[in-house]
Design a protein around this ligand. Structure first.
Ligand code: LLP
Length: 453
C-alpha cells in the first residue's frame, strides 16, 4: 500500500484549537465567540437551523482555487484549460461557478454530463472520459455537442466514429495514454501505471496504434493526448516524469504520422491537506512543474508547444468543504477507547473505511478550546468499520455538540450512498455571510420513489 490519504497524527491529545487547523479548513474559516464560523456563518447555528448531517461548501474557497489554477498555469503559457473534474463534487451550483470562473468541466459519466447540460454549461468547454462509455453515453456526448471525448479503448473509438459519421459530425478526441509512471499515492487511486484498466499503454505500441486509428477513422478529429497518473499526489516529480514520457511520444507521433499533437491534457491529481501537518505542493509549483515542464520538453524535442489542459478535482473542493454532525452519544470504554457517535457515517463519508483516510475533527461550538482528548468518531451504521475519524484529537464531546469534520468537500458527497436506507445529507453553500441550500437533504419519499414493489 502506498501513501495513505492524509497524515495520521499520533493518537494523543494535541491541544490544538480551530486556530491551528486553518490549513485544512476553508479560507474563510475563523473563530467567533469561541465558535467555528465559515464565510461569516456560525456553524453551530447553521447545524441547528439546517439540521445534520450536513455538507457545507464555501463558495469563496472554490472560486479562489479555480482562479489560482487559471493564474498559475497561464502564467507560464497562455493556452491552458483548467478542466474541473466533476467527480470530486458535482452540483448545479458548482457547474455554474466553474463556468463563471472561465474553466472547463470533466464528466465521468452520462449522469455527470446531464448535470452540465441541465446547468446550461457551454458544452464546447466540456469533455467526457471513462474506460467503458456506453453507446447511450456516447450518443449523449454527440447530442450535447461536447468539446472533446477522451477515448480509452479501440472498441469505443470504432463505435464513436460510426455514430459521429452517421450523424455527419466530427468529434474531437483525445487518446488516453498510460505513461507507465507510478505516482506517489495510495495504490487504489494510482492510474498511470502500465497495469491499469485505463487508456492505451505506450510500451506495447498500443498508444501509437490508437493514435493512427483515430487519425484515419471518419467522424473523429484527433486533437491530442490525455493522461492521468493518480490522485492525492504530493510529489510533483511524478508529473515531471510522466510529462517527459508523453512529450517524447508526441515527437514520435509527429515523426510517424506527420500529424502534430494540438492538445496535451495531463489530468488532475494534486494532493490536499487532510491532516494539519500535511504540506501538499502549491498550485503555483504545480503550474510551474507541469506547464514549464511541457514547454521545456517540447523545445528539447523540437516540436510546437500544444494547447494544454489540467484536470483538478480534489484540490478545488476538498478544503472548501466540511461536514457537520450532531453528537448523539459518548461511550467511554475504560482503558480501550472513547467512541463519539454521530448522525451520519460511512454513507456520507466512505473514504475512511475505503482508503483508511484520516481527517481532522473539532467541536464547532468549542472551537477555541484545546483538543484535550482522543476519541474515535463513529457513524450510525450497522458495521464496526463505520468510522468517520479514527483516534481523533478532540475537544471534550457531549451529546448535542456540533462535530465538524474538515476537508470533506471532495469525494464524500459524490461517493455517498443510502446504506441502511440512510437519507443523504443536503449541501449548503456559503457566500458573503449567507447560506443557501444547493442540494436539499433527501427524504424517505425520495428513497421510496424508485421502488416499484
Ligand atoms: N482526471 C481524471 C481522468 C481522473 O480520473 C480524475 C480522478 C481526475 C482528473 C481528478 O483527480 P483529482 O484532482 O481529484 O485527484 N475516490 C478517490 C479519488 C478517485 C480519483 C479518480 N480520478 C478518493 O476519494 O480519494
Amino acid at each position: 500500500m502506498g501513501k495513505p490519504t492524509g497524515t495520521r497524527p499520533p493518537a494523543v491529545p494535541d491541544s490544538k484549537t480551530a486556530h491551528d487547523l486553518m490549513s485544512v479548513l476553508p479560507m474563510t474559516a475563523e473563530v467567533c465567540d469561541g465558535r467555528l464560523c465559515i464565510g461569516g456563518v456560525d456553524m453551530t447555528e447553521l447545524a441547528r437551523e439546517a439540521g445534520t448531517a450536513l455538507y457545507v461548501m464555501d463558495e469563496a474557497t472554490i472560486r479562489h482555487r479555480l482562479s489560482e489554477y487559471v493564474k498559475w498555469t497561464r502564467y507560464h503559457w497562455p493556452d491552458v484549460d483548467v478542466v474541473y473534474a466533476g467527480k470530486a463534487f458535482l452540483s448545479l451550483d458548482v457547474v455554474r461557478i466553474v463556468e463563471e470562473e472561465g474553466c472547463c468541466l470533466l464528466c465521468a459519466s452520462g449522469g455527470e454530463l446531464a448535470y452540465a447540460v441541465a446547468a446550461g454549461f457551454p458544452m464546447e468547454r466540456a469533455q467526457m472520459h471513462g474506460n467503458n462509455k456506453t453507446d447511450a453515453e456516447l450518443a449523449d456526448c454527440l447530442d450535447a455537442g461536447i468539446g472533446r471525448v477522451v477515448v480509452d479503448n479501440f472498441e469505443e473509438m470504432e463505435r464513436l466514429s460510426a455514430m459521429a459519421a452517421g450523424r455527419g459530425v466530427t468529434q474531437k478526441v483525445l487518446i488516453r495514454v498510460t505513461p507507465g509512471v507510478e505516482a506517489d499515492t495510495h495504490d487504489f487511486i494510482m492510474t498511470g501505471a502500465e497495469d491499469s484498466k485505463f487508456g492505451f499503454g505506450l510500451n506495447q505500441g498500443l498508444a501509437m496504434r490508437a493514435v493512427k486509428r483515430a487519425i484515419e477513422l471518419p467522424g473523429l478529429d484527433f486533437d491530442g493526448l490525455h493522461m492521468h497518473i493518480g490522485s492525492q499526489i504530493f510529489a510533483l516529480h511524478s508529473f515531471a516524469k510522466a510529462i517527459e514520457v508523453i512529450v517524447a511520444f508526441m515527437r514520435e507521433i509527429e515523426n510517424e504520422t506527420g500529424v502534430a499533437v494540438r492538445m496535451l491534457d495531463v489530468g488532475g491529481g494534486l494532493g490536499v491537506a487532510y491532516g494539519a501537518p500535511d504540506e501538499p505542493s502549491t498550485v503555483k509549483d504545480f503550474g510551474k512543474v507541469v506547464v514549464d515542464g511541457i514547454k521545456e520538453e517540447c523545445e528539447r524535442h523540437g516540436i510546437d508547444v500544444p494547447r494544454m489542459a489540467v484536470e483538478p478535482g480534489r484540490s478545488i473542493v476538498a478544503n472548501a468543504g466540511v461536514t457537520l454532525y450532531t453528537v448523539g452519544s459518548v461511550k467511554e470504554i475504560p482503558d480501550v477507547r472513547t467512541y463519539v457517535s454521530v448522525d451520519g457515517g460511512m454513507s456520507d463519508n466512505i473514504r475512511t473505511s475505503l482508503y483508511d483516510a484520516h481527517y481532522e475533527a473539532l467541536i464547532a461550538n468549542k472551537a477555541d478550546q484545546p483538543r484535550e482528548m482522543v476519541a474515535t468518531v463513529a457513524g450510525k451504521h450497522c458495521e464496526s468499520g463505520d468510522i468517520v475519524v479514527r483516534d481523533a484529537p478532540l475537544q471534550c464531546p457531549e451529546p448535542g455538540d456540533v462535530l465538524c469534520v474538515c476537508a470533506t468537500g471532495g469525494y464524500c458527497q459524490s461517493m455517498a450512498s443510502n446504506y441502511n436506507k440512510q437519507v443523504r445529507p443536503g449541501v449548503v453553500f456559503i457566500r458573503d455571510g449567507e447560506w443557501r441550500w444547493a442540494v436539499r437533504r433527501e427524504t424517505y419519499e425520495d428513497l421510496l420513489r424508485c421502488d416499484l414493489g
